[in-house]
Design a protein. Structure first.
Length: 322
């Protein structure tokens, strides 16, 4: 399933089918545990090859557990647009360059791409310079504003933006490639999402996911502040299991995105982590978090948060027309 372009040498790739014993991603924290039959003995074949219903149910349980935890520990009121404070960080940047290099290797000059959950144009904007047309779908008003600014600044005429959430009822546009980058983690019904991608992609579906979901780096801090274990969302490992249970033949290309954590201003660090821990500035838990950040990661040159580069998997599979 390789494209005609050369895949970057920095990318590690492995192909898989639903019956293969090879997997490209290690188990994510918080992943679903293998089902054990009555009596406690594990059937290894069953554990490694879940049925579609088991994979779907396990995914949904992880998403629901996260949502229930957030509702339980959240201090600030839910924002009308969750991404408004950080929409500007979803522009194209050096941190997403390695990921985009893989996407560009899959593109053909005459292609029409559908970018689902396009955000601030992290991939839609550079893709528009590589292909014939990009159709961006983005439900966040703040993200759409950032994307519209990028389109205007670049003078692009082949990129259109739609205010919608995928799957879109009554959607009729067809594309050669359907891309969903980092927008499936908290989707509790992934199968309709995937099936809609396949219906509207003539050649290829592409899903990009991190090996570990948001907040995992701060799981210990979360538990210390909130007094309960962190509930991780599904990510790359779980998506590959779901796709295998669907019977799709797929390929996973891996890259490292981001950079080693540099020291940042303590207030910047607190603002960043506060959002991941769902805290209100000045609350008792917030003061506890600030103290722990200073003690665990603070230094004379600032705060070094445990971020570092992220391992990203770009999962591709051909559609019926491809």
């Amino acid at each position: 399933m390789r494209s005609s372009r050369t895949t970057p040498a920095s990318v590690r790739s492995c192909a898989s089918t639903p019956t293969s014993s090879r997997r490209c991603a290690s188990r994510s924290p918080g992943g679903a545990r293998p089902v054990r039959p009555a009596g406690g003995a594990m059937d290894p074949t069953h554990a490694l090859r879940p049925s579609l219903e088991e994979a779907r149910e396990a995914w949904t349980k992880l998403v629901d557990a996260d949502a229930e935890q957030v509702a339980r520990v959240r201090e600030p009121e839910p924002a009308h647009d969750f991404y408004a404070p950080v929409a500007g960080t979803f522009r194209p940047s050096e941190s997403s360059a390695a990921e985009f290099e893989v996407l560009a290797s899959l593109a053909q000059p005459e292609d029409r791409w559908l970018d689902i959950g396009a955000g601030g144009g992290r991939f839609a904007l550079p893709l528009a310079r590589e292909v014939g047309e990009v159709i961006a779908i983005e439900p966040s008003p703040a993200m759409r504003r950032v994307l519209a600014e990028g389109v205007e600044e670049a003078g692009l005429t082949n990129l259109t933006v739609h205010d919608a959430r995928w799957p879109v009822e009554g959607w009729t546009e067809q594309a050669d490639v359907a891309l969903a980058a980092h927008c499936l983690y908290d989707n509790r019904e992934p199968l309709p999402f995937i099936e809609a991608m396949e219906r509207h992609a003539r050649r290829l579906c592409v899903v990009s996911l991190a090996r570990f979901p948001r907040g995992v780096q701060f799981a210990e801090l979360f538990e210390t502040v909130h007094g309960e274990p962190f509930q991780a969302l599904p990510a790359l490992h779980e998506f590959v299991a779901l796709l295998g249970a669907l019977g799709r033949s797929y390929e996973v290309r891996r890259v490292w995105a981001g950079w080693l954590a540099e020291p940042i201003n303590p207030e910047q660090a607190r603002t960043f982590v506060r959002r991941l821990l769902w805290l209100r500035p000045g609350s008792d838990k917030d003061r506890r978090m600030c103290d722990l950040i200073d003690r665990w990661w603070g230094g004379p040159d600032g705060v070094r948060l445990p971020l570092g580069p992220r391992e990203i998997g770009i999962v591709t599979w051909r559609t019926a027309g491809g």
